[in-house]
Design a binder for this molecule. Sequence first.
Ligand SMILES: Nc1ncnc2c1ncn2[C@@H]1O[C@H](COP(=O)(O)OP(=O)(O)O)[C@@H](O)[C@H]1O
Ligand SMILES: [Mg+2]
Length: 247
Amino acid sequence: MSANQSTAAAPIDTPEGFAILAEGLGKVYGQGASRVEALKGIDLTVRPGDFLIIMGPSGSGKTTLLTLLGLVNEPTTGRLVLGGREIYGGVPPDLARMRREEMGFIFQAPNLIPFLTARENVLLPLSLAGVRGEEAQNRVSQLLEYFEIAERAAQYPNQLSGGEQQRVAIARALANNPRIILADEPTASLDTDRALAVVRLLRRISRENAAAVLLVTHDHRLLTEVDEVIEMEDGRIASRKKVDPEA
Ligand SMILES: Nc1ncnc2c1ncn2[C@@H]1O[C@H](COP(=O)(O)OP(=O)(O)O)[C@@H](O)[C@H]1O
Ligand SMILES: [Mg+2]
């Protein structure tokens, strides 16, 4: 695909129109004998509201890709534009602020803060973003209800079941209405019904908020819920396909 000056480009095809635009994104860990080329030139565009599943064998670079897109890790090579902002190579945007206010991360392990209650865990990203008082409390209550954990709000993580902890973690990830949601095997510890419920919820949120969702999973049952699937292989995107709803 080449940008052509004579073509009247729809706004959506400019970098500004994409939630994520990556070009030749590469990542090398270590050096010498321990050098690993984890990503070998990733080209990827994701639009607001897109819901993509990323699959691929262990070690193919799925987590590394999410950490680069989530500004947790710096690429060794390539270009990254998020929400129209050039991340590297221009005037650097405030990456910490972007991570805090525009990204939602969901991991396989819930990673809740053990000395905060469920409610306080969900409140934390709002506090960090400067949302306080009634507005913040209302938003947290809404999320806790939405995820059916309102009754458990005063409990600490070690008093919650695995599924409850994961729902708190997802509520926390969504607290700031992120533009980009990055989920790394978030349903691995959930049974099929709960896993499907989580994915349907993310689907709905992505539609309602025009958030881009990238979900890493090995679970083929979740494919029926999404538009597209990316297959990674040895640090590359081997394919990107529309999901056939009939299949
Ligand atoms: N922090 C790290 N330091 C060194 N090598 C790493 C690091 N993280 C990942 N790797 C290596 O990069 C490759 C891709 O890993 P990863 O992105 O975790 O793949 P996946 O999530 O698909 O299993 C693997 O060879 C892995 O061992
Ligand atoms: Mg991984």
